[in-house]
Design a protein around this ligand. Structure first.
Ligand SMILES: [Zn+2]
Length: 347
């Protein structure tokens, strides 16, 4: 863990109640959880932690079960401090780089700056689902899809989708009439919102999913801010499916070339379970031929095409699906044999 993170963790935790640093190396700081307020009954309960896990600092609470990488937590709870933290961290990073590399990174920095959607924009038009009152239709909609409670904070609700879309990218919608949507922000690695997807809540909407990017090169990979790149990273077809899977990403708003997709060494592709879809089968074959690792659904007991439907309509559990994915990663010849058994179309 770097010294900047260490410093900020100590500083921030001092603002909390009953804070105790249990250990410095590895760093373990314990406090009364500021998100859930910890126990209502016992004033001395302290179940919130900053703790090191595989060299990274994380926040976690044993009461509300919220768990985030430290930078993401900071961004959520202390946006002002977070800004200083990022500046300081980047300062450290740039100093260490070779001059030639420095020129490159500064360029990337500038590029992404132009494509970041200001936090105040989303706050102006949307409410986060975990902050909505029980029984709100948007919350009910996601609860009916069995989205895990601890993942509700990843989704927002707006009544003014068109206004929001136009604020992010002018002329996206032809008018500003009210339109309710679930808003799924797509963050970059630093936790800045780079683009967003809106899922329609009315069946009359022409486009069920709409993705708005503030610029052409805005990040299109959902989940980057939360994953551990050193462990197996699963790429799913949709953000909602991805929240059921440990360490998962999703590509939104169209296709992406293999060169562009992050985490080449640890990534595994999980396409929909559609053995009768020519398009899905062709994409899978392409991945196999490129030497990529993929999951094939040939040995599973579920028939539905995506993770959410397997859970909703076939009673699969999140744990069962995660286990299946881990046990069925294949590549090369083995992938080809299983793929040929599974597909039901002629390519
Ligand atoms: Zn808590």
């Amino acid at each position: 863990m770097d010294i900047t993170t260490y410093k900020y963790a100590l500083q921030v935790s001092q603002q909390y109640e009953l804070t105790k640093t249990r250990s410095h190396n590895p760093l373990r700081i314990n406090f009364r959880c500021p998100i859930c307020g910890d126990s209502k009954v016992n004033m001395y309960e302290t179940r919130g932690w900053f703790y090191e896990y595989k060299g990274e600092l994380r926040y976690g609470c044993f009461n509300c079960n919220k768990n985030y990488p430290f930078p993401f937590y900071l961004k959520l709870r202390h946006p002002e401090i977070y800004r200083h933290y990022i500046l300081e961290k980047n300062g450290d990073r740039y100093k260490k780089k070779e001059p030639t590399v420095e020129a490159d990174t500064s360029n990337i920095g500038k590029k992404s700056l132009t494509s970041i959607i200001d936090d105040s924009t989303i706050n102006k038009y949307c409410v986060r689902l975990d902050r909505l009152p029980e029984g709100h239709p948007a919350l009910l909609y996601m609860q009916n899809r069995l989205i895990p409670e601890e993942r509700m904070c990843l989704f927002w609700f707006t009544m003014k989708w068109r206004e929001l879309a136009n604020a992010v990218k002018p002329n996206t919608c032809s008018n500003n009439d009210p339109e309710p949507r679930i808003v799924i922000p797509i963050f970059d690695e630093k936790g800045n919102i780079a683009s967003m997807q809106g899922r329609a809540l009315r069946s009359t909407e022409k486009l069920r999913y709409m993705t708005v990017k503030s610029s052409e090169d805005a990040n299109k990979v959902y989940g980057l801010e939360r994953i551990n790149p050193n462990e197996t990273v699963f790429y799913l077809e949709g953000p909602i499916d991805s929240v059921f899977i440990d360490n998962a990403l999703a590509i939104v708003g169209g296709t992406m070339s293999l060169e562009e997709a992050p985490h080449k060494k640890t990534r595994v592709w999980v396409l929909d379970n559609e053995p009768r879809s020519k398009d899905t089968c062709a994409r899978m074959l392409k991945l196999i031929e490129a030497g990529e690792r993929i999951v094939i659904w040939d040995k599973c007991k579920w028939q539905k095409k995506d993770v959410n439907d397997m859970i909703l309509k076939e009673g699969a559990t999140k744990e069962e699906i995660n286990q299946y994915l881990r046990d069925n990663i294949v590549k090369g010849l083995r992938a080809k044999i299983r793929f040929n058994e599974w597909k039901k179309v002629i390519l």
